[in-house]
Design a protein around this ligand. Structure first.
Ligand SMILES: *[C@@H]1O[C@H](CO)[C@@H](O)[C@H](O)[C@H]1NC(C)=O
Length: 355
């Protein structure tokens, strides 16, 4: 057996307790320090909880305020909707009443004008206060309508939503003619006129004044021109021959040039060509027309049959000797038209399209 004995302490604990070790006071010191730390931590935690409680309550208040605001906004919106619906209903009723009374009174109410469809946007009129009206048919019934009209809250010139009368401030508001303050923008700002054209701003539109020759709403179409050596009239180019040929040879020359012998289907063209012939020495000159295919059926070289305007000399075409099948401007008849044998050699005019 060992000499060490299992000891039982006076406090009831048991264990080996080596004798003469002075740990008792150190142990107590550590315990005391730990206790202090614990107490400090507990107090600090408590304070933090209290702060968080306060913050939470502040947040709750804020959320509740926010919810109240949302509810108020919803209520406000509903009220506005109700007011709009009521307003529109009243307008429909008033319009119906007016239509009925006007129709029975004089039978001339213009329903379309009432609905704002017949307003001519180009017609405007400025009133005393500087407002611009689009009167159209409605304007002219203003006085008549005012007499039997219904006045709306505060007489306001309200503008209805799109698609119903009163839109754009057009007339159509019962009891009130709405002046339309023209929301005019400068349509020329985007420089829509091309090729040096000058833009003029109008009410909701613009116009282009084109540099000479250019055409189209925006002057986008370049002027037509002719190859050099050709005379231009409208969209055609004419080349006057310097040699004389038989009709069919002349015809071939013009086909090879991409056109045909000149046709003069209207008086203006005829006059221009004759004037050019005179300036060039008044020669006997083929035009592009013959009845070679079928006697008596005069066909232009562009394929069309002679109808309508013509400028035959008196008594022509006479199919002299039953062999005259080609038409020409004849100096002997003051350049009115004549028929002649196609085998004669004459000056001629070729025609091509300007481009
Ligand atoms: C017919 O031709 C002649 C001669 O070119 C011209 O003076 C006249 O204006 C033309 N038209 C009519 C309808 O006579």
């Amino acid at each position: 057996m060992s000499t060490e004995k299992l000891l039982i302490d006076s406090d009831g604990s048991f264990g080996r307790r080596p004798a003469n070790v002075p740990f008792g006071s150190l142990f107590q010191l550590v315990t005391a320090i730990l206790s202090v730390i614990t107490i400090v931590l507990v107090i600090h935690g408590g304070m933090r909880l209290a702060t968080q409680d306060r913050e939470l309550s502040t947040l709750k208040t804020a959320v509740s305020d926010y919810q109240k605001e949302v509810l108020a906004m919803k209520a406000h919106q509903e009220a506005r909707k109700d007011a709009e619906v009521t307003f529109l209903r009243e307008r429909v009723v008033a319009l119906e009443a007016k239509l009925t009374s006007s129709t029975s009174a004089n039978g001339d109410i213009n329903l379309q004008a009432e609905l704002g469809d017949q307003i001519d946007p180009s017609v405007t009129e400025t009133t005393d206060d500087g407002a611009t009206w689009r009167p159209g048919a409605v304007h002219h019934q203003r006085a008549k309508r005012a007499a039997s009209s219904v006045t709306f809250p505060a007489g306001a010139c309200l503008q209805g939503p799109p698609g119903i009368p009163g839109r754009d401030g057009r007339d159509g508001m019962p009891g009130r003619d709405c002046p339309c303050r023209a929301k005019d923008v400068d349509e020329c700002a985007s420089n829509p006129c091309q090729n040096g054209g000058t833009c003029t701003d109008g009410l909701n539109r613009y116009t282009c004044e084109c540099v000479a020759g250019f055409t189209g709403d925006n002057c986008e179409t370049a002027p037509l021109t002719c190859p050099s050596g050709y005379v231009q009239f409208r969209d055609k180019c004419y080349q006057f021959s310097t040699t004389q040929k038989q009709y069919n040879d002349a015809k071939a020359v013009c086909l090879a040039a991409g056109g045909h012998l000149a046709v003069a289907k209207d008086e203006a063209t005829d006059n221009v060509l004759v004037s050019e012939i005179r300036q060039r020495g008044s020669a006997d000159t083929w035009m592009g027309m013959s009845d070679q295919v079928q006697e008596g059926l005069w066909v232009w070289e562009d394929g069309s049959v002679l109808t309508g305007w013509s400028n035959w000399s008196t008594g022509q075409p006479d199919d002299g000797s039953s062999t005259e099948e080609c038409a020409h401007w004849y100096p002997g008849y003051n350049f009115k038209w004549n028929d002649d044998q196609c085998y004669h050699s004459k000056y001629f005019i070729c025609e091509v399209n300007a481009s």
